[in-house]
Design a protein around this ligand. Structure first.
Ligand code: F6R
Ligand code: ZN
Length: 206
């Protein structure tokens, strides 16, 4: 057997990236249609800054083998669309029992989590916070600060992402919005449709 080479990558916190990453992608306003509640505010932002980067991911993926891990860094700009803070698209892992660790590097973030049956949790993601995303939890990160949010993540290399789970339910059950004094609060998403028992069973939940 030929063993894989050990590798050191390094987190560039001010640059918000993983040096030594094997891949990178960027999501701009134009890629995030349908995520935000305020459609008029989204149209205005789209008209003004359609190419404005909202977040960028750099990751080191040695392989996609079960038992291997993907390590990466996400950097997210501060900002809002209407009163809703910038956020990632969010997903459940395509192999839904795969868990994940997030580690805060810079900025003021919130990890919004939702179980298949609709329970919501919102956990702080600040420098040196370690957030454990358990199996089966839908997760998204939100920049509730005024500076860039930077965090590291590590998850199983065979996990994959299913973004459709959020689209199919009309978004996550809760939205992270400005509380009117620069902080954040959760607001119920009026478009949310609860998952059916068949949709929950299809996730492979024992
Ligand atoms: C991987 C993971 C993170 C996110 C990244 C971008 O499972 O949770 O690497 O993929 O922060 O968010 P999404 O994928 O929701 O656009
Ligand atoms: Zn994930």
């Amino acid at each position: 057997m030929k063993f894989m080479e050990p590798v050191t990558c390094s987190v560039d916190v001010p640059g918000g990236e993983l040096r030594g990453a094997s891949g990178r992608y960027r999501k701009a306003i134009r890629d995030l249609a349908g995520l935000y509640e305020d459609a008029d505010a989204f149209e205005r932002a789209f008209g003004e800054y359609r190419e404005k980067p909202v977040y960028e991911v750099t990751a080191f993926q040695p392989s996609s083998a079960a038992g291997d891990v993907i390590t990466g860094v996400t950097r997210m700009s501060p900002g809002t669309i209407g009163d809703e803070y910038f956020m990632t698209r969010g997903h459940i892992h395509a192999i839904a029992d795969r868990s994940e660790i997030y580690y805060g590097e810079a900025g003021d973030g919130v990890m919004l989590l939702e179980s298949p049956t609709g329970e919501t949790r919102a956990l702080p993601l600040r420098p040196r916070d370690v957030v454990y995303v358990p199996p089966y939890w839908i997760h998204r990160t939100v920049n509730v600060g005024t500076t860039e949010l930077v965090f590291l993540f590590v998850y199983p290399a065979d996990a994959g992402q299913d973004y459709g789970i959020i689209e199919r339910s009309g978004g996550m059950r809760s939205r992270v919005v400005d509380d009117g004094s620069g902080g954040w609060t959760l607001r119920a998403n009026a478009s949310y449709v609860a998952r059916t028992p068949a949709q929950i069973v299809a996730l492979g939940i024992p």
